[in-house]
Write a new protein. Structure first.
Ligand SMILES: Cc1cc2nc3c(=O)[nH]c(=O)nc-3n(C[C@H](O)[C@H](O)[C@H](O)COP(=O)(O)OP(=O)(O)OC[C@H]3O[C@@H](n4cnc5c(N)ncnc54)[C@H](O)[C@@H]3O)c2cc1C
Length: 439
């Protein structure tokens, strides 16, 4: 428990700010059918997106979730929408840049277009604002790498990236913390829980069967004849989609060996005086950084509160503890927020992969989409759609994310418990600090 109570607003809640507008629940939840064509495990963006595509194609689809609808990462995120900007270290624009890497980058840009088009087509009211992103250089030596990345993103994706010198930085952010950076026009932000709610409502309207608080405990059989056991009852299905991402458990042990669940934490401040809020992010962009352990932040809809996210700790910690740590990180960037009190603090799990790329694939005949690497609003929506297309095309995938190796985590006997994270995280933190202090 953080003892500095002055940090906390009297209305403080250890839960997502987004839930004030759209709380997780069981609306549309129905009894589990005995039979379905396609059974989807997990009702986040990827599961719902897959289900929508399949239902629209006339298939009988059932989605279940172990929790309430909207309780996991999809309604806990920062709501930053990017298309390729965050793609992994394999696609950094270095000399070895090859055709496959460029194809994946291009597909990531397609993921951005896909989510924007989906929101517009379905009329989902989720405070979508296409205002771009600023990526700050945490150390002077990081800027050349960002410039190189900006050139590559412009060449391959035409994202409208421009270099921002340190002396011009205040046009992007009311802070002198960074050593310049890069502004990318082709990025957006949205209200993640309202986007989730809209997607859930759209699935319901399209005829998807939805069951909450229904953990899947075992799946047997093969394509055409799966038997799915859940905490409620049993269901027979022709095809199964695993859409469990950062919450993947022992149901799919092979997939679990390939994913590292990492806790990501967020705080939101009380409403700030208008003039103070106005100077923080003048262009209303989302902010991220060049450091290994990065923060991501933005203003919430209405532009009066700051939402600040980062890896205060790599494992799950009490929301009161991460709140204090994140407040310290936020005020290092914006000292003018030292008196801003926290109204909400929460965390959720993202799924990292060893190649920093998301993947779609098959385990024992079951389709999956996984590995958002902390950036899944656009990507997991898109990959859910791609998994559905694969089923509709009798197993043929148009996505490059289906054709890349998906290596297991190279730790002997790894089974989904990332005991090594505090060690790696501590090392990264030290390197970030050293580089910042040594140019
Ligand atoms: C704090 C935080 C901040 C983030 N910020 C951003 C951001 O700014 N921008 C961005 O693009 N991305 C962000 N992300 C990542 C993004 O939220 C995720 O990539 C995305 O929501 C993943 O969606 P999903 O459908 O794959 O998984 P999830 O939304 O995690 O859904 C998986 C579901 O599977 C269910 N499940 C697991 N096992 C079972 C089982 N056995 N039976 C039934 N159900 C099961 C879980 O209950 C869960 O509901 C953030 C994530 C977090 C946690």
């Amino acid at each position: 428990m953080n003892t500095d109570r002055a940090l906390f607003h009297p209305d403080y809640k250890p839960e997502p700010y987004w839930w004030e507008a759209a709380r997780p629940g069981t609306q549309f939840s129905t009894d589990l059918p005995a039979d379905t064509e396609i059974f989807v495990v997990g009702s986040g963006y990827s599961g719902l997106s897959a289900a929508l595509e399949l239902a629209r194609a006339g298939r009988a689809v059932t989605v279940v979730d172990a929790q309430a609808f909207g309780e996991a990462a999809s309604s806990r995120s920062g709501g930053g929408v990017s298309g390729g900007v965050n793609l992994g270290k394999g696609i950094s624009g270095g000399p070895g840049q090859d055709a496959q890497a460029e194809a994946l980058l291009t597909e990531s840009a397609a993921a951005y277009d896909h989510v924007i088009a989906l929101i517009e087509k379905e009329g989902i009211d989720c405070n979508l604002e296409q205002r771009g992103r600023f990526i700050g250089a945490n150390a002077p030596k990081h800027l050349p790498g960002l410039v190189k990345k900006a050139e590559m993103l412009n060449r391959v994706l035409g994202v409208g990236a421009t270099v921002v010198a340190k002396e011009d930085q205040r046009s992007e952010i009311g802070s002198d913390f960074y050593h310049g950076g890069v502004a990318i026009e082709r990025a957006a932000k949205l209200h993640p829980a309202l986007y989730y709610k809209g997607l859930l409502e759209t699935c319901h309207a399209a005829g998807v069967s939805l069951t909450a608080h229904c953990e899947v405990t075992a799946i047997d059989g093969k394509v055409g004849g799966f038997k799915v056991q859940t905490a409620k009852s049993e269901c027979r299905a022709e095809q199964v989609i695993i859409a469990t991402n950062g919450y993947t458990g022992g149901l799919t042990p092979d997939l679990r060996k390939r994913l590292v669940p990492i806790s990501s934490q967020i705080i939101v401040t009380e409403e700030l005086p208008q003039d103070l809020a106005d100077e923080l992010i003048p262009k209303g962009r989302t902010i991220s950084e060049s450091a290994r352990i990065t923060s991501y932040y933005r203003l919430t809809p209405g532009n009066r509160r700051v939402m600040y996210g980062g890896r205060a700790r790599f494992h799950h910690v009490d929301a009161d503890v991460s709140a204090g740590l994140l407040h310290g990180m936020m005020t290092a960037r914006w000292p003018q927020l030292k008196d801003a009190r926290i109204t909400h603090s929460w965390s959720g799990f993202v799924a990292m992969t060893t190649d920093s790329l998301p993947h779609i694939g098959l385990e024992k005949g079951m389709h999956y989409a996984a590995g958002c690497n902390g950036s899944g609003v656009a990507m997991m929506t898109y990959l859910g759609h791609q998994v559905a297309r694969r089923i509709l095309q009798d197993g043929k995938s148009d996505s490059g994310f289906a054709n890349i190796d998906f290596p297991p985590v190279p730790v002997p006997l790894y089974n989904g418990n990332p005991w090594f994270l505090p060690i790696i995280g501590g090392y990264y933190r030290l390197r970030d600090k050293w580089e910042r202090g040594n140019g």
